[in-house]
Design a protein around this ligand. Structure first.
Ligand SMILES: N[C@@H](CCC(=O)N[C@@H](CS)C(=O)NCC(=O)O)C(=O)O
Length: 215
Protein backbone atom coordinates (compact mmCIF):
# COMPACT_ATOMS: atom_id res chain seq x y z
CA UNK A 1 0.00 0.00 0.00
CA UNK A 2 1.50 3.32 -1.07
CA UNK A 3 2.03 6.03 1.53
CA UNK A 4 2.66 9.71 0.84
CA UNK A 5 3.10 12.21 3.65
CA UNK A 6 2.51 15.89 3.02
CA UNK A 7 4.51 17.81 5.59
CA UNK A 8 5.96 21.21 6.39
CA UNK A 9 9.23 21.89 8.23
CA UNK A 10 8.69 22.79 11.90
CA UNK A 11 5.01 21.78 11.80
CA UNK A 12 3.06 19.11 13.67
CA UNK A 13 3.48 16.87 10.60
CA UNK A 14 6.80 16.05 12.28
CA UNK A 15 4.92 13.52 14.47
CA UNK A 16 3.70 11.17 11.70
CA UNK A 17 6.94 11.79 9.84
CA UNK A 18 8.94 10.41 12.78
CA UNK A 19 6.43 7.56 13.17
CA UNK A 20 6.96 6.54 9.54
CA UNK A 21 10.72 6.55 10.10
CA UNK A 22 10.38 4.61 13.38
CA UNK A 23 8.40 1.98 11.48
CA UNK A 24 10.98 1.77 8.70
CA UNK A 25 8.06 2.31 6.29
CA UNK A 26 8.51 2.95 2.60
CA UNK A 27 6.89 6.31 1.90
CA UNK A 28 7.12 9.42 -0.22
CA UNK A 29 7.35 12.79 1.46
CA UNK A 30 6.03 15.95 -0.15
CA UNK A 31 7.20 19.22 1.36
CA UNK A 32 4.84 22.19 1.61
CA UNK A 33 5.97 25.72 2.23
CA UNK A 34 3.34 27.14 4.59
CA UNK A 35 4.73 30.68 4.35
CA UNK A 36 4.16 30.56 0.59
CA UNK A 37 0.61 29.29 1.12
CA UNK A 38 1.15 25.86 -0.50
CA UNK A 39 -1.50 24.50 1.88
CA UNK A 40 -4.14 26.70 0.25
CA UNK A 41 -3.35 25.83 -3.36
CA UNK A 42 -6.13 24.03 -5.25
CA UNK A 43 -4.23 20.76 -5.75
CA UNK A 44 -3.59 20.45 -2.03
CA UNK A 45 -7.08 21.58 -1.01
CA UNK A 46 -8.44 18.80 -3.22
CA UNK A 47 -6.57 16.37 -0.97
CA UNK A 48 -7.17 18.14 2.32
CA UNK A 49 -9.90 20.80 2.23
CA UNK A 50 -8.84 21.93 5.72
CA UNK A 51 -5.68 23.38 4.17
CA UNK A 52 -3.41 22.06 6.88
CA UNK A 53 -0.59 19.58 7.26
CA UNK A 54 -0.20 16.71 7.85
CA UNK A 55 -2.01 14.67 5.23
CA UNK A 56 -1.10 11.03 4.74
CA UNK A 57 -2.32 9.60 1.45
CA UNK A 58 -2.89 5.87 1.80
CA UNK A 59 -3.43 4.19 -1.53
CA UNK A 60 -4.76 7.37 -3.03
CA UNK A 61 -7.06 8.24 -0.11
CA UNK A 62 -6.12 11.11 2.19
CA UNK A 63 -6.11 10.79 5.96
CA UNK A 64 -5.73 13.92 8.10
CA UNK A 65 -5.17 14.90 11.76
CA UNK A 66 -2.00 13.96 13.60
CA UNK A 67 -3.72 11.65 16.08
CA UNK A 68 -5.68 9.78 13.40
CA UNK A 69 -2.58 9.30 11.25
CA UNK A 70 -0.48 8.12 14.16
CA UNK A 71 -3.22 5.67 15.16
CA UNK A 72 -3.33 4.30 11.63
CA UNK A 73 0.44 3.92 11.46
CA UNK A 74 0.55 2.26 14.88
CA UNK A 75 -2.03 -0.31 13.82
CA UNK A 76 -0.48 -0.87 10.45
CA UNK A 77 3.09 -1.26 11.74
CA UNK A 78 2.28 -3.26 14.85
CA UNK A 79 5.81 -3.95 15.99
CA UNK A 80 7.14 -0.40 15.59
CA UNK A 81 5.94 0.75 19.01
CA UNK A 82 4.58 4.05 17.68
CA UNK A 83 2.10 3.96 20.58
CA UNK A 84 2.32 1.80 23.71
CA UNK A 85 0.39 -1.29 22.71
CA UNK A 86 0.73 -3.84 25.48
CA UNK A 87 -0.95 -1.99 28.35
CA UNK A 88 -4.43 -0.42 27.94
CA UNK A 89 -3.72 2.23 30.57
CA UNK A 90 -0.45 3.29 28.93
CA UNK A 91 -2.18 3.45 25.55
CA UNK A 92 -4.87 5.67 27.09
CA UNK A 93 -2.18 7.87 28.65
CA UNK A 94 -0.61 8.33 25.23
CA UNK A 95 -3.99 9.48 23.84
CA UNK A 96 -4.50 11.66 26.91
CA UNK A 97 -1.19 13.43 26.17
CA UNK A 98 -1.70 13.67 22.40
CA UNK A 99 -5.24 15.00 22.74
CA UNK A 100 -4.07 17.67 25.17
CA UNK A 101 -1.19 18.60 22.86
CA UNK A 102 -3.49 18.87 19.84
CA UNK A 103 -6.44 20.63 21.44
CA UNK A 104 -4.85 22.81 24.11
CA UNK A 105 -1.14 23.36 23.55
CA UNK A 106 -1.33 23.60 19.74
CA UNK A 107 -4.39 25.83 19.93
CA UNK A 108 -2.63 28.23 22.33
CA UNK A 109 0.40 28.39 20.05
CA UNK A 110 -1.78 29.04 17.00
CA UNK A 111 -3.30 31.97 18.87
CA UNK A 112 0.17 33.57 18.58
CA UNK A 113 1.11 32.48 15.07
CA UNK A 114 -2.27 32.09 13.34
CA UNK A 115 -4.59 34.68 14.92
CA UNK A 116 -6.61 34.78 11.68
CA UNK A 117 -8.10 31.44 12.76
CA UNK A 118 -9.75 33.12 15.74
CA UNK A 119 -10.66 36.64 14.67
CA UNK A 120 -11.44 38.60 11.51
CA UNK A 121 -10.83 41.97 13.09
CA UNK A 122 -7.17 43.04 12.84
CA UNK A 123 -7.06 44.69 16.28
CA UNK A 124 -8.55 41.55 17.83
CA UNK A 125 -5.90 39.44 16.12
CA UNK A 126 -3.17 41.61 17.67
CA UNK A 127 -4.77 41.20 21.09
CA UNK A 128 -4.72 37.40 20.89
CA UNK A 129 -0.95 36.94 20.92
CA UNK A 130 -0.20 37.83 24.56
CA UNK A 131 -2.85 35.56 26.17
CA UNK A 132 -1.93 32.83 23.67
CA UNK A 133 1.70 33.05 24.79
CA UNK A 134 0.63 32.89 28.45
CA UNK A 135 -1.49 29.81 27.82
CA UNK A 136 1.22 28.14 25.77
CA UNK A 137 3.91 28.79 28.39
CA UNK A 138 1.61 27.59 31.21
CA UNK A 139 1.07 24.38 29.28
CA UNK A 140 4.82 23.76 29.28
CA UNK A 141 4.53 23.10 33.03
CA UNK A 142 2.28 20.19 32.10
CA UNK A 143 5.01 18.79 29.86
CA UNK A 144 7.56 19.21 32.62
CA UNK A 145 5.27 17.30 35.03
CA UNK A 146 4.83 14.51 32.46
CA UNK A 147 8.58 14.34 31.90
CA UNK A 148 9.35 14.34 35.62
CA UNK A 149 7.41 11.10 36.20
CA UNK A 150 9.55 8.02 36.60
CA UNK A 151 8.96 6.60 33.10
CA UNK A 152 12.01 6.43 30.83
CA UNK A 153 10.11 8.36 28.13
CA UNK A 154 7.07 10.65 28.34
CA UNK A 155 4.65 7.73 28.38
CA UNK A 156 6.15 4.44 29.44
CA UNK A 157 9.51 2.83 28.92
CA UNK A 158 9.76 3.25 25.16
CA UNK A 159 9.95 6.19 22.77
CA UNK A 160 6.49 6.86 21.31
CA UNK A 161 4.68 9.40 19.14
CA UNK A 162 4.10 11.43 22.32
CA UNK A 163 7.85 12.09 22.53
CA UNK A 164 7.87 13.21 18.90
CA UNK A 165 4.87 15.48 19.58
CA UNK A 166 6.69 17.04 22.55
CA UNK A 167 9.62 17.81 20.25
CA UNK A 168 7.29 19.81 18.00
CA UNK A 169 6.27 21.84 21.03
CA UNK A 170 9.93 22.25 21.99
CA UNK A 171 10.69 23.72 18.57
CA UNK A 172 7.73 26.09 18.91
CA UNK A 173 8.87 27.13 22.39
CA UNK A 174 12.34 27.86 21.01
CA UNK A 175 10.78 29.87 18.20
CA UNK A 176 9.13 32.26 20.65
CA UNK A 177 12.21 32.52 22.88
CA UNK A 178 11.18 30.33 25.84
CA UNK A 179 14.12 29.42 28.09
CA UNK A 180 14.07 25.61 28.09
CA UNK A 181 16.41 25.36 31.09
CA UNK A 182 13.32 26.15 33.21
CA UNK A 183 12.04 22.66 32.26
CA UNK A 184 14.93 20.35 33.18
CA UNK A 185 13.12 17.00 33.00
CA UNK A 186 11.40 17.79 29.70
CA UNK A 187 14.62 19.26 28.32
CA UNK A 188 16.58 16.11 29.21
CA UNK A 189 14.01 13.78 27.63
CA UNK A 190 13.83 16.06 24.61
CA UNK A 191 17.62 15.97 24.18
CA UNK A 192 17.48 12.18 24.22
CA UNK A 193 14.65 12.17 21.68
CA UNK A 194 16.63 14.49 19.41
CA UNK A 195 19.39 11.88 19.25
CA UNK A 196 17.11 9.11 17.94
CA UNK A 197 18.01 8.06 14.40
CA UNK A 198 14.38 8.45 13.22
CA UNK A 199 14.27 12.00 14.56
CA UNK A 200 17.65 12.88 13.06
CA UNK A 201 16.51 11.57 9.65
CA UNK A 202 13.36 13.69 9.75
CA UNK A 203 15.22 16.80 10.89
CA UNK A 204 17.69 16.38 8.04
CA UNK A 205 14.84 15.88 5.57
CA UNK A 206 13.01 18.93 6.91
CA UNK A 207 16.16 21.03 6.69
CA UNK A 208 16.24 20.32 2.97
CA UNK A 209 19.90 19.31 3.20
CA UNK A 210 21.40 16.40 1.39
CA UNK A 211 21.81 13.75 4.18
CA UNK A 212 25.38 13.15 3.03
CA UNK A 213 26.16 16.83 3.49
CA UNK A 214 24.17 17.22 6.69
CA UNK A 215 25.71 14.23 8.44
N1 LIG B 1 -5.76 19.42 14.20
C1 LIG B 1 -4.78 19.35 13.16
C2 LIG B 1 -3.97 20.63 13.12
C3 LIG B 1 -3.18 20.75 11.85
C4 LIG B 1 -2.51 22.13 11.77
O1 LIG B 1 -3.00 23.11 12.33
N2 LIG B 1 -1.39 22.18 11.04
C5 LIG B 1 -0.69 23.43 10.87
C6 LIG B 1 0.82 23.19 10.99
S1 LIG B 1 1.25 22.60 12.61
C7 LIG B 1 -0.96 24.00 9.50
O2 LIG B 1 -1.09 23.27 8.55
N3 LIG B 1 -1.02 25.33 9.40
C8 LIG B 1 -1.20 25.99 8.15
C9 LIG B 1 -2.28 27.03 8.18
O3 LIG B 1 -2.96 27.20 9.19
O4 LIG B 1 -2.46 27.68 7.14
C10 LIG B 1 -3.88 18.13 13.38
O5 LIG B 1 -3.67 17.75 14.53
O6 LIG B 1 -3.40 17.54 12.40
Amino acid sequence: MGLTLYYAPGACSFVPHVALEEAGAAFDAVRLNLADGDQRKPDYLALNPKGRVPTLVVDGRPLTEVIAIVTYLDRRFRTAGILPGHDPLLAARAYEAMTWLATTVHVAFAQITRPERYADDLAMRGALAAPGRDRFVRALDGLEALAAAKDAWLVGETFTAVDAYALVVRRWAERIGVDLSAYPAWNAKGDRALARPSVVRVLVQESGLDPAVAA
